[in-house]
Design a protein around this ligand. Structure first.
Ligand SMILES: [Fe+2]
Length: 374
């Protein structure tokens, strides 16, 4: 397959990326005239190059604005063949990009473990479960801008990380369902998430609970009332969400968010949400009907609605899943590969796998590239 050539420039007008050269990967394509994703390897392809040299190159590219420019333009920088061997070296590598802050995750509804400085496991869900496309934490108002994915161990089969451009997704959804896009732009969406209490016997099977996900300020001995107040304060101040306490002690987090956002640096629209995933998981678990309880599990999968509370017709959500699959790029992981993802313009998911797989992540905040006035 012949891959379209990216426009060869960078922020300083020099060659594409000093020290690196692009390579071709099946499935690459142009999005708004830019190759997606941009795959890079070291110019000399020397596996014995000292890591320090690579770190210096990255620092230089970060400093002269090239990294930022490429992330805005291509959405993903996919590196192969770097001399990264350990989790500690990965910590040093991600720091070299000089992004502003490590992102503090609030409201984790997955299972992640810290494995070294800035580095966590991506997901500890078993390989029998695939994931739907989403922008990281797009269900809330507190999301990272940059997500690093590092392939530590490649399974025998599957386990790729599909990536899809949210800009391309917006274009496709707009072309097919302009009325949906108008409604989403006008109303935004309301998402709801179920968090059991930590002492609920089902909390362990569900994998998360409201005390661990939102109770960072809870002290031993706090009354239930005080615990609720602390969680409500965090939700209000950090993620602009509301708490709905349930009779069984669980929490529904109610989050009003835009579903489509305008990118400041490009003026383009991004389909930035988790709508298809919320629907897809509920469908898979038999939880589409009220009270939205999983058929064979203890959790609840609460639906997202338009911002006026009206339901989002399933025909749209079904079709969005199909579009995402059709425009997705499968990252063909080799051990040591790294994908640096602009979360504002790129969605990710995960395919099923057989064997042992390890993908690590690192989440960062940098510039705020959403136009909050649009
Ligand atoms: Fe994710």
């Amino acid at each position: 397959m012949s891959v379209p050539k990216p426009v060869e420039d960078n922020a300083t007008g020099g060659p594409l990326v000093v020290g690196f050269k692009p390579f071709e990967v099946p499935g690459q394509h142009l999005v708004h005239g830019n190759i997606f994703p941009l795959a890079l390897k070291l110019v000399d392809e020397d596996p014995s190059v000292p890591l320090g040299d690579v770190i210096e190159k990255i620092k230089q590219l970060a400093k002269d604005g090239t990294i930022r420019h490429l992330l805005n333009k291509h959405g993903v920088l996919y590196f192969r063949g770097l001399p990264l061997k350990t989790r500690e070296e990965l910590s040093v590598f991600v720091e070299a990009f000089g992004f502003k802050n490590e992102h503090q995750e609030i409201g984790l509804s997955g299972i992640r473990s810290q494995v070294s400085k800035h580095i966590k496991t991506a997901s500890e869900l078993p390989g029998t479960v695939s994931m739907f496309f989403h922008n990281e934490y797009a269900r809330t108002n507190h999301f990272p801008e940059i997500v690093f994915f590092y392939s530590e161990r490649v399974p025998e089969q599957g386990g790729q990380t599909p990536l899809a451009s949210s800009l391309e997704l917006y274009d496709s959804v707009k072309a097919e369902f302009p009325e949906l896009v108008d409604k989403l732009l006008e109303l935004g969406v309301i998402g709801r998430q179920y968090y059991p209490s930590k002492d609920d016997p089902d909390a362990k099977a569900i994998g998360w609970n409201w005390q661990d996900s939102y109770g960072f300020d809870i002290k031993e001995g706090d009354s239930l009332e005080v615990q609720h107040e602390k969680v409500e304060k965090l939700l209000r101040e950090e993620v602009k969400a509301e708490a709905e306490w349930q009779p069984n002690g669980s929490l529904h987090v109610v989050q009003r968010v835009p579903a489509i956002r305008k990118i400041k640096s490009s003026g383009l629209y991004s389909f930035f949400n988790t709508l298809s995933g919320v629907y897809g998981v509920a469908k898979r678990l038999g939880a589409l009907e009220y009270p939205y309880k999983e058929k064979n599990g203890p959790g609840y999968k609460l639906p997202s609605s338009f911002g006026d509370g009206s339901p989002i017709p399933e025909k749209y959500l079904e079709r969005i899943i199909e579009i995402q699959d059709s425009i997705g790029f499968l990252v063909p992981w080799k051990e040591g590969d790294i994908a640096v993802v602009n979360n504002y313009t790129v969605q990710h998911s995960r395919t099923k796998f057989v064997g042992e797989r390890s993908v690590l992540v690192s989440l960062w905040d940098d510039i705020d590239d959403f136009d909050r006035t649009a």
